[in-house]
Design a protein around this ligand. Sequence first.
Ligand code: PEP
Length: 252
Amino acid sequence: MRKKIVAGNWKCNTTLQEGIELAKAVSKNVTEKGAKDVKVILAPPFIHLTKVVENVNTDRISVSSQNCGTEPKGAYTGEVSAAMVKSTGATCVILGHSERRGYYGENSEILNKKLAQVLENGLTPIFCCGETLDIRESGKQNDFVKKQLDETVFQLSKEDFSKLILAYEPIWAIGTGKTASPAQAEDMLSFMRSLIAEKYGKEIAENTSILYGGSCNAKNAKELFSNPNIDGGLIGGAALKPDDFLAIINAY
Ligand code: PEP
């Protein structure tokens, strides 16, 4: 049985002190009132990782970075390797977020190097894909997402692929307040699951958690999560508000 997951991506928000307070508030909420069958993940900025790990109930919450470097170590000023992420106690790494692809030029070649680092270090990749508004309007979203997957995660062995969490995040829905309709999200996730089944077999497809991300909030989470192929959410803005984040966790 695949896991239900709610992951919060804090992006470039919160100072270290604010991040510690947010982590404590989320941890208190999750420990006291959070649905026990939902896996909760927090993805703060790199420099918060150690402190967030120290300040959450790690029996209930896993910690993730939002990115990592392509190389294991060396003269790469400003980079943070997967091994460094692991040394903080974090266990997951978000890869391929559309903001990384769009603003920092992360293409499939770069993402494959990062995927290799994350897997080599025994971390869980949370791998994002999703189309722009133009592509959605031209009706080519399935072809586009298939290509993103073909060039990256579908290059992995069956064993490595089975360690992944996937997230479908249509770019037009991220931070825009414009959520994909439950039907649009379910259609894409069901399509992605069919691609996984074709490539790796039905069992792996049934066991892969696929999240929806894009303006998911306390109001729309229930309707989105009630669909059979939507295994949870990758949450941006609403993850910065402990009560909204709890409401999303409890939307199942
Ligand atoms: C995200 O960036 O992963 C995201 C889903 O953001 P938001 O919820 O703010 O749209």
